[in-house]
Design a protein. Structure first.
Length: 381
């Protein structure tokens, strides 16, 4: 975890400080407007990765570009994103091409490429998440360089990450990484859109994702080729930070972007507010939840002090969750405070909300548990 503001945002990702790093590359950087791979630029990125490997840093790549590459080969309009079916078809073709590019360029540096295609369910289901984590760890131990992407061929609009920024943050949790670098077509987070406001200034370090910081983001992508945007990057920063992982946005439009980031500075570093590991890191990065438990101000304050969630502080229960399902915990203003594993089914949780422990037994017909969500199974975000 990064515990202090370093001299520059890039210093947090030095191999001596960050032993395992996730690097995400967006479609607009990897693929040109005609749908061809920017091979020379990507070779520079690979040279940077090889240099970091020589310095002892383990690398995981999250690579976009499959849909854009496949769309060109299939002659699809709108970069292959005119429909879900087009995107799935483009991904099926483009992923083959993308894997070949990575294999060739990494091989030229003496590195072994390993392709890992993931769906949202692979990282939302606890058992599958652990399988992914074990696979990535073994590949890294063997000296391979995992190249991850969302499996857009089978992902649907209802159950998918939707952008590789959040996939990178989630993969960093599974990989046990200390940092995430998002190579982007912008050089960091600005106080306003610099294209429209000449007074906009770049933020070098963000210590907390406050409402004011989030208001600076826009969901638009500059190129229209990808599916992210600054709003997606801030969501990724929140996911990474909840697991104690530093994240940076830096300019990927230059040659040798990682070297440029390290030597010339720039970019925006998002400092993680806390450290979470194991099951709590998995909970912090969840995207799907089975329901929501809303609490009063007293319960919200207690949770922030590290307490379990007691039924007495619950004011509303939404969803059809079962005991052991992941639920969101919302404060009095509706904002999500955290996530946890429900200690009761939704019906029983609703029956005992607002009740103290001694009053719950007669309502339930059995002895109540210690908490509705135990502190050991709860993480704040």
């Amino acid at each position: 975890m990064v515990t202090a503001v370093t001299d520059t945002p890039a210093a947090a990702f030095d191999p001596a400080i960050c032993p395992r790093l996730v690097v995400k590359i967006g479609s607009s950087l990897l693929v040109d407007a005609a749908g061809a791979v920017r091979t020379q630029w990507l070779a520079g990125v690979v040279a940077d990765l090889a240099q970091r490997r020589q310095q002892g840093q383990q690398i995981v790549i999250v690579s976009s570009g499959a849909i854009a590459l496949g769309a060109r080969r299939l002659g699809l309009d709108k970069g292959g994103r005119a429909s879900l079916e087009d995107a799935q078809a483009a991904a099926a073709v483009g992923q083959v091409a993308l894997a070949g590019v990575w294999e060739a360029l990494l091989g030229a540096q003496g590195l072994t490429a390993a392709q890992v295609l993931l769906t949202l369910g692979d990282l939302e289901d606890r058992r599958r998440y652990l399988n992914v984590a074990a696979t990535i760890a073994r590949l890294l131990d063997l000296g391979a360089l995992p190249v991850l992407n969302e499996n857009d061929t089978v992902a649907t609009t209802e159950i998918r990450f939707g952008d590789n920024d959040r996939l990178a943050a989630r993969a960093a949790q599974a990989a046990g990484a200390s940092g995430v670098i998002l190579l982007s077509d912008v050089d960091g987070l600005y106080t306003a859109n610099p294209a429209n406001d000449p007074t906009a200034r770049r933020l070098a370090v963000v210590k907390a994702l406050t409402p004011e910081i989030e208001a600076m983001a826009t969901g638009e992508t500059r190129s229209g080729m990808g599916s992210g945007g600054m709003a997606a990057k801030l969501l990724a920063a929140r996911m990474a930070g909840a697991a104690g992982i530093a994240l940076a946005i830096c300019d990927g439009r230059v040659e040798r972007p990682l070297s440029h980031f390290a030597d010339a500075g720039g970019g925006t570093l998002f400092l993680p507010p806390r450290t979470a590991r194991g099951k709590k890191a998995w909970l912090a990065g969840r995207i799907l939840v089975a329901g929501t438990i809303s609490v009063d101000a007293g319960a919200a304050a207690a949770l922030k002090r590290g307490a379990s969630l007691l039924a007495a502080g619950v004011v509303r229960v939404d969803g059809r969750f079962r005991r052991g399902d992941v639920v969101a915990i919302a404060g009095p203003d509706g904002a999500v405070l955290g996530r946890g594993l429900a200690g009761y089914d939704a019906d029983d949780a609703a029956r005992i909300m607002g009740l103290r422990n001694e009053a719950q037994g007669p309502v339930l017909g059995y002895a109540p548990r210690a908490a509705l969500v135990h502190a050991d199974h709860l993480v704040l975000i």
